[in-house]
Design a protein. Sequence first.
Length: 197
Amino acid sequence: MSNTVPLEFDRAQILRPVEPAPVAPTRERHLRPAAAPQRRPGFSPLVGALVSVGIVLTILAAQLGLSIAISQGAYEVRALEIEQRDLGRVERLLSQNVDKLASPQNLAENAAQLGMVQNVRPATLRLSDGAVLGTLESVTTEVQGNLVPNSTLESMPVVDEAGLLVSRNAGLAGVAAAETAAAPVRWEGKLPAPVTH
């Protein structure tokens, strides 16, 4: 037993002729040469070369300008380093002069020049009970010179009675000149004979 279904066809449909699909009308195509490409007006290889040379020259000029600016900066840095070195030397010299002027020998000489006298037995104050140790009416001595010499002070000025700066050796030079002028001169050699003719 086969389970086949008989197919029924309409004979009229099978025998009817198949109509072709409508075709769009075709145009005739002919080959023809393409038009020559149009050049842009004003653009030529010479202009392109000039533009590229201009760009190269601009780059070289910028590089030259940068190198000049960098070298100028290096010169300025060197000048500032030299100035800093010189200012450091001046600062050290001034610091040494401040140390000389603050030395006890310099202070003692300036005090003596201003007429201050030394107290032989100074009085002291005890802070715990406020007691004064020693006598307030103490004996003073004559003004003495500096007992501890300091050769670095020879070039430093000293204050005089009027409060003006004078050379440290000015008074000593005047005293030495007066002493040499007053001292007798020792004669050396033969005594001159008077001319008789």
